[in-house]
Design a protein around this ligand. Structure first.
Ligand code: GCB
Length: 628
């Protein structure tokens, strides 16, 4: 079965995707602008003043009604008393500052376990480059709910802690000096949000990613998508990665407020420059390319792609590759692919904080490279854009996921719409990243008819937004007649059957891997999306002692031996997990103390013994030998 749909008109797909996303769970949100790191922007990162407001006194009056926009008690209005008799019961001050980007929990021990509301304030000056330009306020991510006010005016609100959003600043609101930007950030967990109340990671709160002002012309390039058409016979890359036949690059460019009649797309290195007509703000792209080198982990070749329309122009580096499934085979650029993966949480364990920067991405992906990985599973939510961009440049394949995790409310259309919104924001931000080959719509969701319908709808939405990648989800399995059977009915809808395994940690000892039998009753490739065991870094004992590095080392030895016996449809694994991470569910007073210690790297940043077992396995795979 070829899952690529080369014939379908991308404009049709695009409109289909808009139809699928019917309910907006943000008010006043503008269309999401892409390629932000390469646009003309002004950073609002740095110190922001804050007020902690666990009772939400700055938002609700004493009858618990949302205050009017001009209510002087509202924290988005001025905190400066008008006279000496004036009573102000709030105020922002330099005594209380938080760094943006960054979670609040790691910035002061008193916020370590805080879940609630904090108001952030930034004062800035701003001069338009051109009087006719438009300005958008762009947030990389805020966990979880953001209410945004500029100079006393509400710009809008947003739900969802790991995806970007923006608001257009209406004409006349920005001033050359002394703009007051106030953001109410609330990271309380709720049953009907995505994720829900219960997760196995810490709920870091705050403006966790960068904030920028984006200045664009009246008519501008909002978003675009370009990708290489799926392989056809005789159209696959040669050993050098260079293709001498003609390739087809297809996609679309979406303009905002277009009066331009055409869009121009240029790839100088391929001597390509062509214009495409615009209709209803949309241009369909169809280009023939000769001598294209395909992006791959061995050769992460990227091309400068320049798009221009009217007065706007944007460019970035984009790689071109195909990812397809044929029967039980997984093919990258038409050739069999085995994924030597690792799961990663967005956390720097030595500093007990969310990761957000280039150097954080370099640390996490650098560790993955050292382990011998060609793939990472970014668990369990979209990570900062620096991760996916760096994965592109380093040649690391990516599984990107939305936080549809465990027991969210599958029966609710509102929850479905929230999940779809996050999926849309994730895919919109990253659809030009060659590294991303899999969109995952969730993790370990409990089987029921209503769950399957919910997840199936998400899969259809993901395919409508992007038919050029594989769709998957991390599933669970059953034990039947002495066999482990991956029989979750969702298996029929995903392109890649993935499941979390843990044989010998949750149940038995690692020895249970020895006679384990696996059955995946779908004619599809399968992938082990998690397997792991805890060890407290530096705790040494014999291998039968749980929590010791030796137990974890033994666990991975048995796992590796089992992996080597898997059938050909086994196309890779991403052990759980690269590094220890904070989890309030993990309360063993000696070996956990609020940490999930399944990392191959400890929360002290040191590699555990098991790291070297996985590293040796991956090395032998990449060298085509069988020792481990
Ligand atoms: C899982 C979950 C992951 C947990 C992990 C564990 O299956 O997907 O979020 O942290 O197991 O450590 O139990």
């Amino acid at each position: 079965m070829e899952i690529y749909i080369p014939q379908m008109d991308l404009r049709l797909l695009f409109f289909l995707s808009l139809l699928l996303i019917t309910v907006q769970h943000t008010d006043a949100q503008s269309p999401l602008i892409t390629n932000i790191p390469n646009r003309s922007t002004i950073s609002l990162d740095g110190n922001w003043q804050y007020i902690a407001d666990p009772y939400e006194t700055g938002f609700y009056d004493y009858r618990y009604k949302e205050m009017a926009e001009n209510d002087p008690n509202a924290y988005w209005t001025t905190d400066v008393p008008v006279s000496k008799s004036d009573k102000k019961e709030f105020g922002f001050t330099d005594k209380h500052v938080l760094k943006v980007p960054g979670d609040w929990n790691s910035q002061d021990p008193k916020w370590l376990y805080y879940e609630g509301t904090i108001w952030y304030k930034k004062t800035f000056d701003f001069t338009l480059k051109s009087a006719s330009d438009r300005v958008f306020l762009y947030f990389g991510a805020v966990n979880y709910r953001a209410d945004v006010y500029l100079n006393g005016k509400k710009l809008g609100s947003h739900l969802g802690g790991f995806t970007p959003f923006d608001f257009e600043i209406p004409d006349g609101v920005l001033k050359p000096t002394g703009n007051n930007l106030i953001v109410k950030v609330d990271n309380k967990r709720y049953a009907d949000e995505v994720p829900t109340l219960n997760t196995d990671w810490w709920n870091y709160g705050g403006i966790t990613r960068s904030v920028r002002l984006v200045e664009v012309p009246r008519e501008f390039i909002e978003d675009y998508f370009v990708s290489l058409q799926g392989p056809s016979k005789g159209n696959e890359a040669g050993a050098s990665g260079t293709d001498t036949t003609t390739d087809v690059i297809r996609g679309w460019v979406r303009l905002n407020n277009a009066s331009a009649e055409s869009v121009t797309l240029e790839i100088p290195e391929l001597h390509l420059k062509r214009s495409f007509p615009v209709e209803d703000n949309l241009a369909a792209i169809n280009l023939q390319a000769k001598g294209l080198q395909r992006w791959s982990p061995e050769n992460p070749k990227r091309y400068r792609v320049i798009i221009s329309a009217g007065a706007d122009r944007t460019e970035e580096k984009i790689g071109f590759r195909t990812i397809t499934v044929s029967g039980a085979h997984l093919l990258l650029n038409g050739k069999p692919l085995f994924m030597r993966g690792i799961c990663i949480h967005e956390e720097i364990p030595q500093e007990r904080r969310r990761a957000y920067s280039q150097s954080d991405a370099a640390q996490l992906l650098g560790w993955a490279k050292e382990l011998g990985c060609n793939m990472v599973r970014l668990a369990h939510y979209p990570h900062d854009e620096s991760m996916t961009r760096m994965a592109d440049s380093l040649g690391i394949l990516v599984w990107s996921e939305i936080p549809v995790y465990w027991t969210i409310h599958f029966g609710s259309n509102e929850v479905l719409a929230k999940a779809q919104q996050q999926l849309k924001e994730e895919i919109t931000r990253d659809h030009n990243r060659a590294s991303i080959i899999i969109w995952s719509v969730g993790n370990e969701t409990p089987v029921s008819a209503v769950r399957t319908e919910f997840m199936h709808t998400l899969i259809t939405s993901a395919k409508g937004l992007d038919s050029s990648r594989l769709i998957s989800a991390a599933l669970e399995y059953d034990h039947n007649n002495g066999k482990n059977v991956v029989d979750d009915p969702l298996g029929q809808y995903v392109d890649l059957v993935a499941f979390n395994e843990y044989l010998g940690w949750y149940g038995g000892t690692p020895a249970s891997c020895r006679d384990a039998q696996w059955s995946v009753p779908y004619d599809k490739p399968f992938f082990i999306s998690e397997t792991g065991a805890e060890a407290l870094a530096g705790f040494h004992a014999d291998s039968l002692t749980r929590w010791s590095e030796e137990w974890q080392e033994w666990y991975f030895r048995e796992q590796v031996a089992m992996m080597r016996r898997m059938p050909a449809s086994f196309v890779g694994l991403s052990p759980w997990i690269l590094a220890d991470f904070r989890s309030p569910k993990r309360n063993n007073p000696v070996y956990q103390e609020g940490w999930n210690n399944k990392g191959l790297i400890g929360h002290n940043g040191k590699k555990k013994k098991a790291f070297y077992v996985v590293q040796a396995y991956y090395k032998s795979l990449s060298q085509g030998t069988s020792e481990n």
